[in-house]
Ligand binder design. Sequence first.
Ligand code: SAH
Length: 235
Amino acid sequence: MSLKTDYQSLWEKLPVNMSDVQFEKLEKLMNAVLEMNQRLNLTRMTNPDDFITGHLYDSLAVSMPKGETVLDVGTGGGFPGLPLAVCYPERRFTLLDATAKKIEAVKQIADTAEIHNVDFLVGRAEMLSRDEKYRESFDIVTSRAVAAYGVLSELCLPFVRTGGFFLAWKGPGAQDEIIESGKAATILGGKQPEIKDKNVLKNHGVHVIIFCEKKHETPKKYPRSFGQIKKKPLK
Ligand code: SAH
């Protein structure tokens, strides 16, 4: 299997060009995740074809705004953070997850695939964004498959600096999630969220990215405790 040539029609659709070295890193990343997956449940996509479309291509099918620092909230097995780190080597990525075991695995995967522009954070997003070191301090925050948009906004937007972007990977229900989340994003300092990068992925359906630009600082009272965020999502 050649990642580069066998899946060329996918890569052609991406807004970024990849070198042979980058393809090699993505292939190493894939093999490392699949190997690790035998011990730790990181993904249900265990065949390469699924993995390439559902993880590698999906992570990269985004019109990345400008910005040097990127935080991936709830990175799990490293998505979308790790493939993005491969393709944007001049940026610095921080991969955050509440589960120490997952971050330990992602560290090993990054090591194996020789991805060096990454840092790691273990903890809950709603606690870490209260820390001055991280609050309002990233140019871009990404997140995939972590929570419904309203809840996710409270987990992610406090980390974004004014003028930066919060990008949420979503399925076909994205528009409904935006409506359901009401004013959550604007209460948290964001502009009205917009859907971009609409893609139909073979065997994975429609995937989109919800863009939200940060307009002003998040009010100090957010984020609330996770119990509150879940019980009474902002609207
Ligand atoms: N983004 C990955 C993983 C999704 S699974 C992917 O798309 O494949 C959701 C992950 O979010 C889990 O690993 C879970 O530990 C993490 N998570 C959920 N709530 C979180 C929170 N409040 N703070 C940090 N991580 C969280």
